[in-house]
Design a protein around this ligand. Structure first.
Ligand SMILES: Cc1cc2nc3c(=O)[nH]c(=O)nc-3n(C[C@H](O)[C@H](O)[C@H](O)COP(=O)(O)O)c2cc1C
Length: 211
């Protein structure tokens, strides 16, 4: 717990994904569920690097929110959100928006929504369906991101916390609501996400529009 907290503090200094000034953009974007194909693989959009507030505004607005609108996120929102969380920002080396201790890359992102659960494929920039199970036990937001780890190294909690802070700053910077949570039924989530042996959910982030 202490390590995750320290990571969240440290992440404030390292997150540069939202440093560019720009206007929140989400014009005409279709709801995410409209993009779900029967094949179960959703091609995400390239991240919009002009989107959102300057970093200091994002920090000023960062807060935990526990009441969300029913309004669905769009494919554009989810594409930008996942890239900001831990997408590849240096394709020539496959490195990501969040730092990784010893570059172990031991963090994996999943989302759950009414349509089921999906794994984020960082390299292909796709969401791939893993199950029909909606793991959101409390369903307070239209979508929950699960930050999953496949290592027990002492630094893994820090890696997860850095991804969490990227999510929080993206949300505050573009006018979305979220909360970082470690409380969850980890066994049920691991089953619902069909996690391979050795993978465990560490943090979950409900994400949506403000109520
Ligand atoms: C490691 C960690 C775990 C947390 N777990 C939960 C949680 O399980 N449920 C929850 O509602 N909030 C959780 N929070 C959010 C805190 O309650 C929240 O950050 C704190 O009350 C301060 O509010 P603020 O984020 O708006 O500044 C967690 C925060 C951290 C850093």
């Amino acid at each position: 717990m202490k390590k995750i907290f320290l990571a969240l503090v440290a992440a404030v200094a390292v997150s540069g994904a939202f440093a560019q000034k720009g206007v929140a953009q989400n014009q005409g974007a279709a709801a995410f569920t409209a993009a779900i194909t029967t094949a179960g693989v959703i091609k995400l959009q390239p991240a919009n690097l002009q989107r959102g507030e300057v970093i200091m505004q994002a920090l000023a607005k960062r807060q935990s929110t526990r009441a969300f609108s029913d309004k669905e996120l769009s494919l554009t929102d989810i594409s930008d959100l996942l890239w900001a969380a831990d997408g590849i920002n240096r394709p020539e080396k496959g490195l990501r928006t969040a730092p990784s201790s010893r570059n172990r890359q031991d963090i994996f992102l999943y989302i759950s929504c009414a349509a089921g659960s999906f794994a984020y494929n960082h390299k292909e920039n796709t969401l791939e369906k893993v199950s029909d199970t909606d793991c959101r036990s409390d369903k307070i937001a239209p979508l929950i991101i699960y930050i999953v780890a496949n290592s027990d190294d002492p630094s893994t909690g820090i890696d997860a916390g850095l991804v969490s802070q990227n999510i929080s700053l993206f949300c505050s910077g573009v006018g979305l609501a979220t909360v970082c949570r470690t409380s969850m039924d980890k066994k049920a989530v691991a089953e619902g996400l069909k996690l391979p042996d050795g993978y465990r959910p560490v943090i979950n982030h409900p994400v949506g529009y403000f109520k």
